[in-house]
Ligand binder design. Structure first.
Ligand code: AMP
Length: 254
């Protein structure tokens, strides 16, 4: 990987006009190479489980959303519509062959979305801290279950594995995960797209973000950092329409 990046840098050393493009491409290479491929296994974080981002022929498909991280509740909530939405999202991901990255549990909407992807024939990678393996019932049916040491490691790994993010309804854990993606975007650490799915559920959260903007605590318009949609199809269409996300910082600085 370093060789590829190094070669690009060398080739363009005397062509300043292409430097911006090369920098952009380099970020994409670094970002994609940080991902891990899929296999049917449980593994400790940091263990390479697959081929990484380079396609066998060595090409990158920059236009495709290959993996989506879904944040959602470890409970199903009171509204059956939320479960139905999680099921619909999982089914669409599975049918389109998009890898689901998620928190790794069998419980709540997390379990619903993972089971729906698997039922539709799709691939799933879960990331769960050792300490939550029992309480969130680590899903042993998924392709790869990464067992990590901490919550922050979990979030960084889920971030690294995904091309984009969808947030379904959830509790404080879901909010925490969404806030991190938003904060990292505002800090210009990355440009991966985030979609909040279920406008009615997310409206109070969106209002709070607008409130921070209105009171002068925003970093630009918060609403520019995410999209809001009401259907699983719209969530996928929105992610696929977004420019390929770039990570601009080393993953261990997240
Ligand atoms: P909740 O929305 O509260 O049901 O939580 C959804 C998921 O977020 C669960 O898998 C929680 O373990 C997870 N979670 C909660 N807090 C954090 C955190 N600080 N970092 C990573 N995951 C978290």
């Amino acid at each position: 990987m370093q060789d590829v990046v190094g070669t690009w840098r060398h080739l363009t050393r005397f062509a300043p006009r292409t430097k911006v493009l090369v920098t952009l491409f380099t970020h994409i290479l670094v970002d994609r190479a940080g991902r891990e491929g899929h296999s049917s296994s449980q593994c400790r974080a940091g263990t390479k489980s697959g081929s990484g981002a380079l396609a066998p022929e060595g090409k990158f498909d920059l236009a495709t959303m290959k993996s989506v991280c879904v944040y959602c509740g470890s409970r199903t909530g009171d509204d059956p519509a939320h479960r139905a939405l999680a099921e619909e999202l999982g089914t669409i991901l599975g049918q389109r062959g998009i890898l689901l990255v998620y928190g790794g549990g069998r419980v709540g909407l997390m379990g619903v979305v993972a089971d729906a992807v698997l039922a539709a024939g799709g691939d799933v990678e879960g990331v769960i801290p050792e300490a939550l393996h029992a309480s969130e019932v680590g899903h042993d049916g998924v392709g790869t279950l990464h067992i990590v040491d901490s919550m922050s490691e979990r979030k960084a790994k889920m971030f690294a594995l995904a091309d984009g993010f969808v947030a379904l309804p959830g509790g404080t854990g879901t909010l925490d995960e969404v806030i991190d993606i938003l904060t990292w975007r505002q800090l210009k650490f990355h440009t991966k797209p985030l979609v909040l799915l279920d406008q009615a559920y997310w409206t109070p959260f969106i209002d709070l973000l607008a409130h921070t903007d209105a009171k002068g605590f925003g970093h630009g318009e918060s609403s520019e950092q995410y999209s809001v949609v009401d259907t699983a199809n719209a969530a996928l269409t929105t992610l696929e329409a977004a420019p390929p996300g770039i990570t601009k910082v080393p993953l261990d600085s997240l």
